[in-house]
Structures are given as C-alpha cells and as structure tokens.
Write a new protein. Structure first.
Length: 261
C-alpha cells in the first residue's frame, strides 16, 4: 500500500478507537450514575481507574490523531464533499470536529501528566461570555448556535438515511447500520440542545454553563428520553469501534487519486 495511504488509515483507525472509548464511557457513566457526562468531564473518572494516567496519554494520542485526520480530510476533501456551498459547509464541519477533538486530546494529556480536569461547560461558557462582550458579539454567538443547529440536522440526516454505511467495507456486520443510526440520532439530540443553549445565551446576553454535558442534562426531566439518548451515545461509541475496524479508507476519492499518481 502507498505509504501516504497507510498514514491516513492509521490516523483514522487510532482516532476512531479513542473516540469509541470516550463515547462509550460517556453514555455508560451517564446511565450508571444518572448524572450527565460530557466529552471532557468523562475523562476524570477514566483517569481514576488503575493505570488511568497511561490511559489518558493513550487517549490523547488517539484523539489528536482523529483531530488531525478530520482536519486533513477537510483540507483535501477526503469524503468528496465538493466545493459548492453545501460541500464547503460539510468540510467546515469536519474542521470544527477536528479542532474539538484536539481540544479533548489536550485535556486528556493534562490529566495524564497529573493536571486537573476541566469542564467543557465552563470552558464553553467562558468563551461565549468573552464573545458576547465584544461589539456585536451576540451576532457571533448566534452564528455559532446556527452552526450547532446545522450539525444537529446533519447528524439527524445521517441517522435517517444511513448513508454513512457507504464509508464502510463490504464485510461490515449488518447490525452496524442500526447501531450507527441510533448513535447519530443521539448526537443530533445533544447538538440540538446545545444550539438552543448557545442561541439563548446570544439573545439574552446571559451565559452559564455551555457544553456537551450541559446540553445532555437539558433532557434530564424527561427520564425515558434522557436514558435513551445516553444509551444512544454509548452505541455511538460502539459504532466508532466498528468504524475503526471496517471503515474503507482505501476506497475514498482522495486515496484513489493518490494511487493513480
């Protein structure tokens, strides 16, 4: 296999393994404790298990790999999204995903070397508060809210259509599609709540905790729905594990271009 293709595949598979760990732990702990977890807050209990520091370093490496994979994929159009407004929107979403996972990787790395954990809600709230204080800052916050809303629609579209299976190899287990649909639907629900929280902050000028954990907690009063979403997030972790094994990196348009050169 072409060395460049091997490096792309390695980044993807290591990254999906790390993402699987985070989301499965997030969903499982939310179900087990009844307390909402987020993509950074879930790192604290993981760091407390035996060998937790080493696990944090490994997760940091994996999440950084995934972040770089998303950024590189957006740059070279790995998924052949195109250069029209819709394609550029999808690629911008890949950039945001890459940056978010690099942020989680940094949080994991700090925990791995004995640092203190951080709340994604507190960090998100502080960032929104700083933006709102800028001239016309509420407009920027509303734009961010619209971005989260678009992400929610995108996740819901994937859950409905199942088109994500086009990224998988032919020997992918049949049950993977169902698991993926449920996982994407759960993420859509959280992103929708996050969009609402950010929009409310922008329009009201009042900022509290804004993050994945706080968005999930917004569903807590509806116990059945809350638990369903938490289970869905755990299933998204399982699907990420399937992606690590069965995503067909070599069948992407980019890889075909590389092999043709």
């Amino acid at each position: 296999m072409n060395p460049k293709v091997e490096h792309i595949a390695m980044l993807a598979r290591v990254g999906y393994l790390a993402r699987a760990t985070v989301y499965f732990a997030l969903g499982y702990l939310t179900l087990a404790t009844g307390e909402a977890e987020g993509t950074t807050s879930v790192l604290d209990p993981l760091a407390d298990v035996p060998g937790g520091n080493a696990l944090m370093v490994l997760l940091a490496v994996g999440l950084a790999a995934y972040g770089l994979f998303r950024l590189y994929g957006a740059w070279v159009d790995l998924e052949n999204d195109g250069d029209d407004w819709k394609g550029r929107g999808k690629r911008f979403g890949h950039v945001l995903s890459g940056l978010a996972h690099l942020g989680i990787a940094w949080a994991a790395l700090k925990l791995g070397f004995g640092g203190e954990g951080s709340s994604d809600g507190a960090a998100g709230g502080a960032a929104a508060d700083a933006v709102i204080d800028l001239p016309g800052g509420w407009v920027l916050v509303v734009v961010v809210a619209i971005g989260f809303a678009i992400a929610a629609v995108s996740q819901a579209s994937r859950a409905w259509s199942g088109k994500f299976m086009s990224l998988m190899s032919r020997d992918t287990p049949r049950w993977a599609e169902t698991v993926g649909r449920v996982g994407f639907a759960a993420r859509a629900a959280v992103f929708a709540a996050l969009a609402w929280a950010v929009l409310h902050a922008g329009l009201s000028g009042t900022v509290g905790q804004i993050g994945f954990q706080d968005a999930l907690a917004m569903y807590r009063e509806e116990d059945d729905l809350y638990r369903t979403i938490a289970a869905g997030l755990a299933m998204f972790g399982v699907f990420s594990l399937v992606m690590a094994r069965y995503r067909d990196i070599c069948d992407s348009p980019l890889v075909k271009r590389i092999l043709a050169d």
